[in-house]
Design a protein around this ligand. Structure first.
Ligand code: NAP
Length: 507
């Protein structure tokens, strides 16, 4: 029996497009579908609220490290960002407002967790099994959009004894707001993008903060400021002015690419020197400075922006522990040199599982092939959007779509545009399903990996979440300028794809 066939007790809904996720990608997709006149869609969201990563990452100090005028939808500018780099509540609020502005409320299905999705070749439809408070439901959709985000599944370190720790243990993206850290001894594990925001935010309240660092990151200063009332007024009255500022931010960010790909070592060294100056200005103690100095090339891991991280690490109640963690006791963390440190709570700023996404295990394409099987040697897609063997499936922030230097909203919008254009062309030409050919996908990825080969992420001497641990290949980042990504995804081109017309279907 077909496992995916609806059972008698399942409610079955038929829609044209099912979008999984209601963060930046899902909401953006919803807005653009509506603007394209496609109204028959649902946004399936497992949580009780929209916002994706900006809902989940509510840790103290959570702020975007990309300026908000750039880190927002081009079609939904906000003239009233309070700061140049907005905080999580403000970005979450912006996303919530997008629901009303674009009329997405009736399309939202909150607390609807997608368990699996299978392609039904004969009907040219996706069958999507969903668990909701009302019971199990099946959606039959012509198109499936995976907008689940690459940074949604916490990576929890496999530390001996962690499960037996008596106090609270929580990940930065699952912050325990019930537990008051004031006056406590807190261990923070990890020194990536999340940790450098958490540490300065909690350091003034805690009695003691032990920061467990495995690899010191490159940190540069952040030029943040409050946006004035005059700016708000000007941006409200003259949207073109805000557009101009957005363009200036866009191009200044593009210049970073020179330091990351194409072997421009001198540019990278100049940026590295800036970061070292920032470190030496912020930390007086030479021994601490030494331990905070990275030993890999600038840009190999995400470059972090902070003015308050180094001062917080240098504060009297903070200890930087670089010996590694041997084990966790009932109320201690024990480092490899044998030192036991009393600990009331452990905060895991240990990042996310990025290269083997959980949704890939629940999606079956043509012939029942699981996406996780297709990706057994690493994620790959055509232009980060379509995967051979998986018709009518579109990704936002799919494989090799990440930008380490600029706003992910730019990538999201480009991929949405491509997918919506593809759907519109299919409607115009009565196409039932479309799929990228394996050779098209392979040629695209060969070109992409050639471009990647001299990048700092590959040659910079570090390990990072950008690389697939199974192969060492970078399957997460786009190794080029953002404008090239945008140009590539401006319109859908059917060349190199296989299509079936509605007339040839036995529905
Ligand atoms: P991350 O950058 O992957 O950092 C994880 C940290 O945990 C690293 O320092 C890592 O050390 C450490 N770690 C992992 N396992 C460990 C273990 N077993 N023992 C000791 N240390 C361990 O994760 P993240 O900070 O959550 O950031 C992930 C991504 O989220 C960022 O790269 C960025 O794209 C995004 N983000 C963005 C913002 C923003 O402002 N826009 C803010 C936060 C996060 P190693 O370096 O040695 O592996």
């Amino acid at each position: 029996m077909d496992d995916n066939a609806p059972k008698a007790e399942d409610t079955v809904h038929t829609v044209e497009v099912a979008v999984v996720g209601a963060g930046f990608s899902g909401l953006g997709m919803g807005a653009r579908l509506k603007q394209a006149g496609i109204d028959d869609f649902v946004l399936l969201e497992r949580a009780m609220d929209v916002g994706g990563t900006w809902r989940d990452n509510s840790y103290p100090g959570a702020t975007c490290d990309i300026p908000s005028i750039l880190y927002s939808f081009s079609f939904f500018p906000n003239p009233r960002w309070s700061r140049s780099f907005s905080t999580q509540p403000e970005i979450h609020d912006y996303l919530r407002r997008s629901v009303d502005v674009f009329g997405l409320g009736p399309h939202l299905r909150l607390r609807h967790k997608v368990r699996e999705a299978a392609w039904d070749e004969s009907a040219a439809r996706w069958k999507i099994r969903v668990t909701s408070p009302l019971g199990d439901t099946v959606y039959r959709a012509r198109f499936l959009v995976s907008a689940t985000g690459p940074l949604s599944l916490p990576a929890v370190p496999d530390l001996p004894g962690l499960a037996e720790f008596r106090g609270p243990v929580f990940h930065s993206s699952r912050w325990n707001h019930e537990f008051d850290l004031a006056g406590r001894k807190v261990a923070v594990i990890g020194t990536g993008a999340s940790a450098i925001q958490v540490v300065p935010a909690i350091q003034p309240q805690v009695a003691r903060l032990d920061l467990y660092q495995r690899t010191p990151p490159w940190v540069i200063s952040r030029h943040d400021r409050t946006l004035t009332r005059t700016e708000h007024e000007l941006y409200s009255r003259l949207p073109a002015l805000q557009q101009l500022v957005r363009q200036a931010l866009f191009w200044s960010r593009e210049s970073y690419v020179l330091g990351f790909v194409g072997g421009h070592v001198r540019i990278r060294k100049a940026l590295q020197a800036l970061a070292l100056r920032h470190l030496s200005r912020s930390v007086a103690d030479p021994e601490l400075r030494e331990r905070l100095t990275p030993d890999f090339a600038f840009g190999c891991k995400r470059v972090l922006l902070s003015n308050d991280y180094y001062p917080a690490v240098a504060a009297a109640n903070v200890g930087l522990i670089t010996d590694g963690i041997a084990e966790v006791g009932a109320d201690t963390v024990v480092s490899r040199d044998g030192t036991e440190r009393r600990t009331d709570a452990i905060v895991l700023c240990t990042g996310f599982r990025t290269t083997d996404p959980p949704m890939a295990h629940g999606i079956s394409g043509r012939g029942g092939q699981r996406l996780s099987e297709a990706w057994a040697k690493g994620m790959r897609a055509h232009q980060g959007v379509m995967v051979s063997g998986f018709p009518n499936l579109f990704f936002t922030i799919g494989p090799n779509s990440g930008l380490p230097h600029s706003s992910m909203t730019l990538v999201i919008e480009a991929q949405i545009r491509y997918a919506v254009d593809c759907i519109a062309q299919m409607r115009d030409h009565s196409i039932a399903d479309i799929e990228v050919l394996p050779q098209t996908e392979a040629a695209y990825n060969a070109r992409l990996q050639r471009r990647m080969s001299d990048s700092v992420w590959t040659t910079g001497g570090c390990s990072s979440w950008y690389l697939d641990p199974r192969t060492g290949t970078n399957t997460t980042l786009w190794p080029d300028y953002t404008w090239r990504f945008q140009r590539m995804n401006r319109t859908f081109s059917p060349a190199g794809h296989r299509a079936r017309t509605l007339g040839r279907l036995r529905v």
